[in-house]
Write a protein that binds this ligand. Structure first.
Ligand SMILES: [Zn+2]
Length: 190
């Protein structure tokens, strides 16, 4: 069956061209967070960026309040408030710098040692099958807090990316952050 010109003109013209992608649904829900444009644009930088930075503020909190796992000389380890998996932690230098190349040699060394220790401790506590370790450098690469460098350590289990996040758009986290923090912090101290 052919479509006549009359049939086509009966349909109201779309306001946007196909390349705008308006008709392509990917099945994902959107969480609109316009306040995060401040990070993306870097426009709303206060005079002292540290004042607005959670990674600068956390060390002044108690371990329990800040979900701090361990404190070193130049870096600390803290649970991610929005974990991909239980035990997802961050190794963070105290200094408010955005880029890996901003770290001095001692800081690079302590980030590495803390990452290694964290891997051993999380393995002892919860026996993950694997890890993802890495840094997102810049907002475009996925850094939520791009202004303050941090290294992710995400324990992985076979089947942890199962149907729940894919179909249900829900991440199941069977353990509260406070409990996770205590487990890992106690193991770190041993
Ligand atoms: Zn900071």
């Amino acid at each position: 069956m052919s479509v006549s010109a009359t049939d086509v003109t009966d349909v109201p013209a779309p306001e946007l061209e196909p390349q705008d992608g308006v008709a392509i649904a990917d099945g994902l829900q959107r969480l609109w967070t316009p306040h995060r444009m401040a990070y993306i644009e870097g426009a709303a930088k206060p005079a002292h960026p540290e004042d607005d930075c959670p990674f600068c503020r956390i060390p002044s909190l108690s371990d329990e309040e800040g979900l701090v796992i361990a404190r070193g000389e130049r870096v600390y380890a803290v649970l991610n408030l929005f974990p991909y998996n239980p035990g997802h932690l961050l190794v963070v230098p105290y200094r408010h710098v955005p880029d890996y190349t901003d770290l001095d040699t001692d800081e690079v060394a302590e980030v590495a040692m803390f990452t290694r220790r964290a891997m051993a401790v999380v393995r002892a506590v919860s026996a993950p099958h694997g890890f993802n370790i890495g840094m997102n450098q810049g907002a475009v690469a996925g850094a939520g807090i791009a202004a303050h460098l941090h290294q992710h350590l995400v324990p992985r289990w076979g089947g942890d990316a199962n149907f729940m996040p894919v179909v249900g758009h829900t991440k199941v986290l069977p353990q509260l952050l406070g409990q996770t923090r205590k487990l890992i912090a106690d193991a770190w101290a041993r």
